[in-house]
Design a protein around this ligand. Structure first.
Ligand SMILES: Cc1cc2nc3c(=O)[nH]c(=O)nc-3n(C[C@H](O)[C@H](O)[C@H](O)COP(=O)(O)OP(=O)(O)OC[C@H]3O[C@@H](n4cnc5c(N)ncnc54)[C@H](O)[C@@H]3O)c2cc1C
Length: 358
């Protein structure tokens, strides 16, 4: 995985995939079988898309050949399958711009300043980029990444700090409990608008126990303002409205808002691609969009009969890989090779010469 670049970095490649959800990951695998080097960009700090973000621990029963696996497990298996191709993943950055260059290549620009120049692009953006719901307090955004963390943060970065976790659902409770268990923070406070939580009973029982033991403190109210440090450089405390008339001050060295994620189609709608009801119209035979060199697969694409299912996304990724190979190498005859028997595919997968499985 690449770190977000400080300055603008430009990479030139054959193909870029926007989205490291299950379909984007399988797309990279299929492109690998076609010997098309690609790189993936995702707004989330990890791969797996909806499977990891929306139902990581829930079971999936309809992936062929896997009677049951969790969302997280499927994402892990897809990454294992992709491993032989060593596909670079640029995580935690949203693709904001997609513009055609004079030489026909596509120029992608990410929110972290990365520029990718590619001959082909696959949009596997699902329901859009998952963006954490922001806390609406004036001035808070200037502390993001330093003291305000919307995504997972290692407990040792919060060593000896007074940490406030905001939210009342599973993500908030899990974060507060994990930090309390790490024993690294000076204090852990769960901040929620009321004492009703949206979490499974076992998690809530664990929270109640931690509150009773004093490992976690509970603050009820809504953050409405902030207090900076004397030099204005750091966040020192939050102002919490506890009812219509009263506010309290809550000291905070770090704020971890866990208010859920909302998918945002975002800039994709501005790239000049033909759309139907916020989805990208594609040819079901090739998954080509209305613009040359750009394909769309998975939940983001639309054609008659489209179903938003993993299996359908995997099928689309396979057809798109063949179509992209034909687009990039029009002079080459396309062969259908089986992973079971093709020596070339065995070489690509790093299994050449390995003995057959019983
Ligand atoms: C609760 C739930 C249960 C489900 N259960 C099943 C099931 O049992 N079986 C089944 O077949 N399907 C199931 N599905 C549907 C399945 O999860 C989706 O069909 C699948 O996730 C689609 O994969 P995808 O890769 O197209 O999109 P996603 O999983 O949505 O991934 C898209 C990725 O693109 C990224 N992205 C978007 N825009 C940008 C951008 N501009 N820049 C950078 N990154 C971007 C997003 O951050 C995201 O990670 C379920 C869905 C839900 C919500």
């Amino acid at each position: 995985m690449s770190a977000a670049p400080d300055r603008q970095t430009t990479l030139q490649i054959d193909c870029v995939i926007i989205g490291a959800g299950p379909v984007g990951l399988f797309q990279a695998f299929q492109l690998g079988l076609q010997e098309i080097p690609c790189q993936i960009v995702d707004a989330l700090p990890h791969a797996g898309g909806q499977c990891v973000e929306l139902y990581a621990d829930k079971p999936i029963y309809d992936v062929p050949g896997i009677p049951v696996c969790s969302g997280r497990e499927l994402a892990e298996r897809l990454q294992q399958q992709l491993a032989p191709f060593k596909t670079p993943l640029h995580l935690g950055q949203q693709v904001e711009g997609l513009v055609r260059q004079d030489d026909g290549r596509w120029r992608l620009q990410t929110s972290a300043g990365l520029v990718l120049l590619a001959r082909a692009v696959v949009i596997a953006a699902g329901v859009g980029a998952f963006v954490p719901r922001r806390v609406a307090i004036d001035g808070l955004s200037s502390f993001e990444g330093r003291q305000v963390h919307y995504h997972a943060v290692e407990p040792d970065r919060l060593k000896d700090q007074r940490v406030v976790v905001q939210g009342g659902d599973e993500a908030a409770l899990e974060t507060a409990l994990q930090l309390a268990a790490s024993g690294q923070c000076a204090s852990v406070t769960l901040l929620h608008r009321n004492s009703k939580f949206k979490a499974d009973p076992a998690l809530e029982a664990a929270l109640q126990q931690a509150l009773a033991d004093g490992r976690i403190a509970l603050a009820l109210g809504q953050p409405v303002g902030l207090q900076p440090s004397a030099d204005g450089q750091r966040l020192a405390a939050l102002e919490i409205a506890i009812d219509d008339e009263h506010t309290e001050t809550l000291a905070a060295d770090a704020l971890l808002p866990r208010l859920g994620l909302s998918p945002k189609l975002g800039p994709i709608a501005d790239w000049g691609l033909a759309m139907e009801r916020k989805l990208l119209s594609v040819d079901p035979a090739t998954l080509a969009t209305s613009l040359d060199g750009i394909h769309a697969v998975g939940d983001i694409c639309h054609y008659p009969g489209k179903r938003k299912l993993l299996l359908c996304g995997f099928h689309e990724a396979t057809l798109a890989a063949f179509a992209i190979a034909a687009w990039l190498r029009p002079e080459q005859r396309q062969l259908l090779q089986y992973t079971t028997t093709s020596p070339r595919l065995h070489e690509l997968l790093g299994v050449a010469g390995k003995s057959d499985r019983a």
